[in-house]
Design a protein around this ligand. Structure first.
Ligand code: UDP
Ligand code: MG
Length: 332
């Protein structure tokens, strides 16, 4: 959905914001300084993902001071990937950069992304060469996840790439047309293809505040990534089924031979118990894997909008906006 009344800027910067009141003043200074110098024809699209702190007020203040800033406010917390999606959908620039609000993605890297874009690359990912200030266990698990996903995914996923990247208008338009509700944005961008390159940077510590990605949300994001880009877990269930079946055939033969030829049966309780416990474990895991896919099919089938925008600073009089609707045709 584009605003036709103003000339499209060269660069749009999308910033998802969830309870970031503590970092927004510093972000304002650093981001706008960088942008004024690097690409004066810019806009910043802040997407407030249902913050419950002072963030919305601060954002509106920023938008008042700087007419190049725009604030979209979700009606509640819809999650990081939904906020990124909404920002990209409303961005009008010839290039779109997505950056975290907490200054872990340094705005000072944006000129490097722009330089690569001007060389002709359509997707420029910022790769974390180093990550500072995150607990070792969390880092280890994140690293392991990216390695596994890289192996099993149907598209090439560079490890250590988050959502900090520049995409060309053509990529943004293509991304906006993907109907999937399960928005693992970094995967979708790679799936789209286009000319891709990387810029390396050191991921800073979060400037202030707590991570908004507690472990549960992180696991959910990881599962979204796996289910959206790999059928391997489903194949694994099938392989496991075959393996267990083969094993059980051997056990049956063993039991029958024992009974017929030596008149002995395998000792009762232990063998039955082991078989029951093992098989119910395997079956529950298999069900869980199936369930993960089914629940995502369910999400897609319901076709509920990914987010609801309660207000837009660029159109103060507009009604509630759903994805793919113009601001005036709201029909909630
Ligand atoms: N965020 C969001 N909605 C959420 C969680 C996070 O918009 O439900 C934003 C958050 O404000 C930040 C970015 O997404 O700008 C990344 O979140 P965070 O820094 O907490 O994640 P981490 O860097 O710890 O993985
Ligand atoms: Mg962060």
């Amino acid at each position: 959905m584009t605003d036709q009344h103003a000339a499209a800027p060269t660069l749009s910067v999308v910033v998802p914001v969830y309870d970031e009141a503590a970092v927004l003043p510093a972000l304002e200074t650093r981001l706008f300084t960088v942008l004024e110098a690097a690409c004066p024809e810019y806009e910043v699209v802040f997407v407030d993902d249902g913050s419950s702190d002072e963030s919305p007020t601060i954002l509106l203040g920023i938008a008042e001071r700087n007419p190049r800033a725009r604030v979209l406010r979700f009606s509640r917390n819809f999650g990081h990937q939904a906020a990124v999606t909404a920002g990209i959908e409303h961005a009008r620039g010839s290039a779109v950069v997505v950056i975290d609000a907490d200054l872990q993605d340094p705005p000072e890297v944006i000129p490097d992304l722009l330089a690569k874009w001007r060389e002709g690359f359509e997707v420029v990912s910022a790769v974390r060469a180093e990550r500072l200030g995150e607990p070792p266990l969390r880092l280890f698990l994140i690293k392991a996840f990216y390695r596994v996903l890289q192996r099993i995914a149907s598209v090439d996923m560079t490890p250590d790439v988050g959502d900090f990247r520049l995409i060309d208008r053509r990529v943004a338009d293509a991304l906006n047309r993907l109907p999937e509700r399960n928005r693992y944005v970094r995967g979708l961008v790679r799936w789209l293809g286009f000319r891709h390159t990387e810029v390396r940077y050191t991921r800073a510590e979060r400037f202030r505040g707590e991570t908004k990605y507690p472990f549960t949300k992180l696991v959910r994001l990881a599962l979204d990534g796996v289910t959206a880009f790999s059928n391997f877990p489903l194949q694994l269930v099938a392989y496991l089924g075959f393996a267990v079946f083969a094993l059980s055939v051997l056990l049956v033969l063993y039991a029958l031979f024992g009974r017929v030829f030596s008149g002995e049966t395998p000792a009762g309780w232990t063998s039955v118990f082991v078989a029951v416990a093992f098989l119910s474990g395997v079956q529950l895991v298999a069900l869980g894997i199936l369930g993960a896919y089914v629940s995502r099919i369910f999400e897609e089938v319901k076709a509920r909008p990914l987010y609801v925008i309660a207000s837009d600073s660029a159109r103060p009089t507009a009604d509630v906006i759903l994805p793919g609707q113009s601001a005036t045709s709201s029909s909630l």
